[in-house]
Design a protein around this ligand. Structure first.
Ligand code: PHE
Length: 339
């Protein structure tokens, strides 16, 4: 029996690999593995052997069976390829609809970038142009020129990262206001998106986050213009137009206000998102302080202006219903893939 099996092993291998087409291959499959096939018949004959012999032959036979199955599969793949190649060369073109060898995952923009792009696009439509400034900044631009001298208590409002005084990591995008005004004469209408840094880390604060600054300077600008711009932005970003200005304080604006928009979830009725207040805070703003104009040699009798600054993470959380700030920075692909 062992000789018979060995002969089958050799024969099957060479026959399978010289099968010229899928039909011939299928006939070989039936010949060896079918119900009345050569190997199946031999398996039945094992019954007639002594238990010892049966175990020995059984093992050999099983190994041959496995080999034949593997050969059949391999030849099948080869023949498919041959058929396909023939089709392609006879039609004179490749089938571009066939799946490729690699799955290529396409990337997507980070939710912070999406919101930033949205805001920039909306404000560009009404005449704002984009400027940028350095993230490694001088005290002068970050504080002094913004009417925040060394001993000013407002410096405590922002826990600043110093690199080597007077060099620091900017704690807000407002220094870009100063750089722009030092560079150009009015009229000015700019936005400055970018990264800012503060020594703060908890559930709602990360040491790096994003802001977008807005500045407009011209003759006869008033709070009404500021409100108009912010209303337009919120209308286009969230579809709501109801804003509230809460008196506040910033050294570089007077008067100053904190901007709230009506809660997008409960429409002002009060819910968990707005902590039952009906309002969501989105940024700070105000009319440019005369001392700021003085530091850039603008005539504050002739010109007036307004500025605003908004936190992008905050707006992205509201827009996409994300409730944990840290998920922006964990780079969990399952979260990012949703955008
Ligand atoms: N720079 C302020 C902050 O980071 C926001 C602001 C910008 C306020 C412009 C008024 C005008 O908190």
């Amino acid at each position: 029996m062992i000789e018979q099996i060995n002969q089958i092993r050799v024969e099957a291998h060479s026959q399978i690999f010289s099968a010229p087409d899928p039909d011939a291959l299928d006939r070989l499959r039936v010949h060896y593995m079918g119900k009345k096939g050569v190997l199946t018949t031999l398996l039945h004959q094992l019954k007639e052997l002594t238990p010892e012999k049966r175990r020995e032959m059984g093992a050999v036979l099983n190994e041959v069976k496995t080999n034949v199955e593997r050969d059949l599969k391999q030849r099948q793949t080869e023949l498919k390829r041959v058929v396909l190649d023939k089709e392609i060369s006879s039609s004179g073109s490749a089938d571009v609809s066939l799946p490729g060898h690699f799955a290529i995952n396409s990337g997507s923009l980070h939710p912070i970038s999406l919101v930033m792009n949205d805001i920039v696009q909306i404000l560009k439509r009404i005449g704002f142009s984009v400027v940028t400034g350095p993230e490694v900044e001088l005290e002068f631009y970050n504080f002094e020129a913004l009417n925040t001298p060394e001993d000013h208590p407002a410096r405590d409002m922002q826990d600043t990262f110093y690199i080597n005084p007077p060099v620091l990591l900017r704690s807000h995008t407002s220094p870009v206001q100063i750089r722009t005004m030092k560079d150009k004469k009015p009229p000015i209408q700019i936005i400055a998106p970018g990264k800012v840094y503060r020594s703060d880390y908890d559930l709602t604060h990360t040491p790096m986050f994003h802001q977008i600054e807005g500045l407009m300077v011209d003759e006869n600008l008033s709070l009404a213009d500021l409100k108009g711009v912010l209303n337009y932005l919120i209308k286009n970003l969230f579809g709501t137009k109801t804003l509230r200005f809460r008196p506040s304080f910033f050294p570089f604006t007077e008067p100053s206000a904190e901007v709230d928009m009506q809660c997008i979830q409960c429409k002002g009725k009060g819910c968990r998102l707005c902590k039952s207040t009906g309002w969501l805070e989105i940024g700070g703003c105000g009319m440019v302080h005369p001392n700021v104009f003085k530091s850039v040699n603008y005539d504050s009798e002739k010109y007036s202006g307004f500025a605003f600054g908004m936190g992008i993470e905050r707006i992205a959380m509201l827009k996409y219903g994300i409730d944990d700030l840290r998920s922006f920075f964990e780079n969990d692909i399952r979260m990012l893939e949703q955008f």
